[in-house]
Design a protein around this ligand. Structure first.
Ligand code: NAX
Ligand code: ATP
Ligand code: MG
Length: 329
């Protein structure tokens, strides 16, 4: 083939690929916009007739000797998104530290006490959702108590978001959340692989993220799973959503905690709104999409201001404006 005709063929091929890519991008932007609209539908209106607590009483189970930042990030994010009350159930050594970060949080130093399950159980009737795992650590005694708390929450039909070391526990004992439709798991890259390996007894197929996600969710009995990453992918074992809201290239620790804390509130709102507000999509999936978009938008806004020095605290400062931009347009 002459050089000029080979160049022509290359240009045509490139044009076709570019067109396909721009169609794909336009399609995914349209999908994202449609799903964002569903998130807007589940947000309760602010009203002077409501009493304190109605827009969300959220509990975070986590916080130990080593990790005090993660439960704080999750709990404060829940408040900033719009919950009225945010509780932290943590180990006794972590409690004074978390209290000192913020007077806005209600902190219970119970997680390492012999009566931990009973102490948390007392509060369950007053909570709308639990976020289990941020900064929990992997101490066996704490994990045993958290197992009891999870069982008590399931018995009361309370929605649970499971993140970080809560996912470590679930990887050891998948039966704990098997078939519990009010659970949402939010694994990062490593947590997803660990969970997949534990549940499906084999490694993740990294060339087939959608398939791997669907398989994991289905094997867990259609529990909602959010796999965080360059693009977040979410599934309830039936539908797969992709969130590629623009974030940034800054990956400071704690962003996942912002996501799980926000999700605690959104899950409550979504279940309250019901499937008629989510156009047939699973309310938990819509809530999860909302939390992913919000976290990424916070990351984007914080990065515009702080660049490489962006930290999760900078992202939390953006929750209000990011929320308005995405959901109150
Ligand atoms: N300030 C704090 O108190 C913080 C505490 N954290 C807590 O730290 C504990 C451990 O959490 P980890 O997230 O470190 O969990 P793991 O101990 O399972 O480690 C995850 C590992 O995966 C790696 N990783 C993440 N994304 C990856 C990717 N895309 N490709 C390849 N490797 C990837 C990370 O570098 C990390 O080494 C949890 O309790 C967590 O909540 C974190 O939430 C960060 C903030
Ligand atoms: N490569 C990436 N590009 C853009 N956004 C990303 C990327 N990786 C993760 N994110 C976003 O960062 C947020 C947190 O995801 P990440 O994988 O950092 O969670 P994590 O490891 O659990 O965080 P944490 O440090 O709080 O434990 C999610 O909203 C996700 O969308
Ligand atoms: Mg995490």
């Amino acid at each position: 083939m002459a050089l000029s005709s080979r160049c022509g063929a290359f240009r045509t091929c490139r044009r076709v690929l570019e067109r396909a890519f721009s169609l794909y991008k336009a399609h995914s932007i349209k999908d994202m916009e449609n799903t964002l609209q569903l998130v807007r539908n589940i947000i309760p209106p602010l009203s002077s007739t409501k009493h304190k607590g109605q827009d969300g009483r959220i509990g975070i189970v986590g916080g130990c000797q080593e990790y005090t930042g993660a439960p704080y990030f999750a709990a404060i994010s829940a408040l900033k998104v719009g919950a009225d009350l945010s509780h932290v159930f943590c180990a006794s050594t972590a409690a004074p530290v978390i209290k000192a970060y913020s007077p806005e949080l209600i902190v219970h130093p119970v997680l390492d006490s012999p009566g931990a399950v009973h102490e948390v159980e007392k509060w369950l009737p007053r909570l709308h959702a639990l976020v289990v795992g941020p900064g929990l650590g992997r101490d066996d005694a704490l994990l045993k108590n958290v197992k009891g708390i999870l069982e008590a929450s399931k018995a009361r039909d309370i929605p649970v978001v499971i993140d970080a070391d809560g996912l470590w526990l679930v990887a050891q004992q998948p039966a704990l959340i098997q078939g519990y439709r009010k659970a949402v798991l939010t694994p990062n890259h490593m947590e997803f692989s660990r969970l997949y390996d534990a549940v499906l007894r084999g490694p993740v197929d990294s060339d087939d993220r959608h398939g791997s996600l669907l398989r994991l969710s289905q094997a867990l009995g259609n529990v909602t799973v959010v796999q965080k990453g360059e693009r977040d992918i979410l599934s309830d074992g039936q539908q797969v959503l992709v969130c590629s809201q623009e974030g940034s290239s800054r990956r400071c620790g704690g962003q996942g905690d912002l996501l799980s804390g926000s999700l605690g509130v959104l899950v409550h709102w979504a279940l309250l709104a019901g499937p008629e507000k989510t156009n047939g999509s699973s309310p938990l999936l819509v809530a999860a999409f909302g939390a992913c978009s919000l976290t990424r938008q916070c990351n984007h806004q914080a990065f515009q201001k702080h660049g490489r020095s962006t930290t999760t605290s900078d992202m939390i400062a953006e929750v209000g404006t990011a929320f308005s931009k995405l959901f109150e347009t």
